[in-house]
Design a protein around this ligand. Structure first.
Ligand code: BO1
Ligand code: ZN
Length: 261
């Protein structure tokens, strides 16, 4: 399927009828169960390059399924990640969020059965594939960094997210976008830092569920406040969806690598 993606979060089990890949064996998200961890001790660190640079512009977009941030960096300075489980360089293209109807749910991945209220995805594509759309066609085409958030009411600790969430009111309706004052992504203070993480081979968590993602889930949990979650839930999504997390999928025979830092 091309163009606009028609799916809802009332019944994610039905995605497979329109998007058969959603029923395959390398789907995301999964539960990150320590019973299946393989510990990796001697790998190169995950490196963040260029996330300190201020882009020429930043756009915040309600695409009807999530709140998405993208930017435009003057060539050739697009931020990228490399190292860890990655062979080659993966260029940043957008970040977005998944949440639920209350703080007991919301994250897509779970850790040993536990959900978080919020999960942020930073989507990257492998430089050598030339474009995001070409990268989607390869089993190692994308690298998505997933960050979990837990409730923390300290206004100082949750302030960084306001760089994004302060603009929710401008994109409350689906398909609205707004340009905001450019800032370096490292203001979200987990970005650019070293952390232990879990990695496995999976898929896009939305239709068409393409199996092209190397997942990297941070073992460091970031802060978000109750009032920030309330703001996020005011976004109007397609189908009046009140949540945008896909439930966990079968792990099948996949290994989960735990990279110690
Ligand atoms: S996620 O990080 O697995 N939740 C994820 C899900 C979907 C996309 C990226 C990351 N990208 C979407 C684009 C759509 C495009 C679709 C498939 O991939 O946002 O514009 O149609 O090509
Ligand atoms: Zn996502």
């Amino acid at each position: 399927p091309r163009g606009i993606q028609l799916f809802n979060y009332i019944d994610p089990e039905s995605w497979k009828y329109n998007y058969p890949i959603c029923n395959r064996y390398r789907q995301s998200p999964i539960d990150l169960n320590p019973d299946y961890f393989r510990y990796v001790v001697d790998s190169p660190a995950l490196k963040w390059i260029g996330y300190d640079d201020v882009p020429d512009n930043i756009t915040i977009f309600n695409n009807g399924h999530t709140l998405e941030l993208s930017g435009f960096w003057p060539a050739p300075s697009i931020p990228f990640i490399t190292g860890g489980p990655l062979r080659g360089e993966y260029l940043f293209t957008q970040l977005h969020f998944h949440w639920g109807e209350d703080n007991t749910v919301g994250s897509e991945h779970t850790t040993d059965g536990s959900s978080y209220p919020l999960e942020m995805h930073m989507v990257h594509w492998k430089r050598t594939y030339g474009s995001f759309n070409e990268a989607l066609r390869h089993p190692d085409g994308l690298a998505v960094i997933g960050l979990f958030f837990e409730i923390d009411e300290d206004p100082e600790r949750v302030a960084p997210l306001n760089m994004i969430f302060d603009h929710i009111g401008d994109v409350r309706e689906a398909n609205k976008k707004v340009n905001v004052m450019p800032f370096p992504l490292t203001v979200l203070d987990v970005i650019g830092r070293q952390f232990s993480f879990m990695s496995y081979m999976g898929s896009l968590t939305t239709p068409p569920c393409l199996e092209s993602v190397i997942w990297i889930l941070s073992n460091f949990v970031s802060p978000v406040s109750t009032s920030q979650m309330v703001e996020l839930r005011k976004l109007r999504l397609r189908n009046n969806d009140r949540r945008n997390y896909r439930p966990i999928q079968p792990r099948n025979d996949r290994k989960i690598f735990f990279y110690l830092n």
